[in-house]
Write a protein that binds this ligand. Structure first.
Ligand SMILES: Nc1nc2c(ncn2[C@@H]2O[C@H](COP(=O)(O)OP(=O)(O)O)[C@@H](O)[C@H]2O)c(=O)[nH]1
Ligand SMILES: [Mg+2]
Length: 233
């Protein structure tokens, strides 16, 4: 199993993320770094991670670069480098896949495991709204679009993902659901990040990312309807 961690200046947290990964089930750790100036890549490689340098910015781009470089994994796990998610909970994400009940698992941060205040109100609102729209248009019962997720590598490659920014996290869900992939949500815990947010820490960031994600959800739905394929239940 390969773990892909996108980073941009996460020197304060990356060592904790790497230290908490359950070594017995992880075969490869890829830290995909974009132009960090705080020594993140050095810390990561000293701790045994394979570091890939991806100078092109974008969360999705980093995830795609990591996926393309992963060494023949059965399952790929995506995880942020800010220590908001708890890498030790990785088995919770893997269980439905190992049991053959899911092809993709999504960690939901909106269950009771989350530490109060770990997600600012605008992120809770934006994620619930996006998840609600997905439920309504696609019939997939999810509550959140969190970053901690796992997927069978063969299924991921088949989806031909191409979003380079925050749209990436929702593209998997939309293309997966439309393609009949089994997506299962599991509760994970979530903590206030260490260091500074690069994406949705500000209201402006959330509104920008949120608007993009909501429009993607509608666009995929309309494109799919136009193509005449029946809507999934
Ligand atoms: N490689 C790479 N990683 C990024 C980029 N932007 C954000 N990240 C990383 O993606 C993860 C999620 O970003 P974060 O700032 O926590 O976003 P938030 O959780 O929405 O506030 C963190 O590990 C960031 O370091 C980027 O352009 N390139
Ligand atoms: Mg974060």
């Amino acid at each position: 199993m390969s773990v892909v961690i996108p980073t941009h200046n996460e020197a304060q947290s990356i060592s904790r993320v790497l230290a908490d990964l359950p070594a017995d089930i992880v075969t490869e750790v890829l830290v995909v770094d974009s132009n960090s100036t705080d020594g993140t890549p050095d810390i990561a490689s000293k701790m045994g991670a394979r570091v890939l340098h991806e100078p092109r910015r974008g969360y999705g781009r980093a995830c795609l670069t990591g996926l393309a470089a992963a060494n023949n994994p059965d399952v790929v796990v995506f995880l942020d480098g800010d220590y908001s998610d708890r890498p030790a909970e990785l088995p919770v994400l893997l269980t439905p896949i190992i049991d053959g009940r899911a092809d993709i698992t999504l960690g939901s941060r909106l269950g009771k495991l989350s530490v109060h205040g770990a997600l600012p109100w605008h992120q809770v609102f934006g994620n619930r709204l996006a998840a609600g729209l997905i439920r309504l248009l696609y019939g997939l019962k999810i509550s959140d679009l969190g970053p901690f997720r796992a997927a069978r590598a063969d299924v991921l490659r088949r989806l031909e993902l191409q979003e380079n920014t925050y749209g990436w996290a929702v593209e998997i869900i939309l293309k997966g659901t439309l393609g009949g992939v089994r997506i299962v949500e599991v509760p994970v815990s979530y903590y206030p990040r260490i260091g500074k947010s690069k994406i949705s820490g500000t209201l402006k960031g959330t509104v920008g990312a949120g608007w993009f994600i909501l429009s993607l959800i509608v666009r995929y739905y309309l494109r799919h309807r136009k193509a005449g394929t029946p809507r999934p239940a």
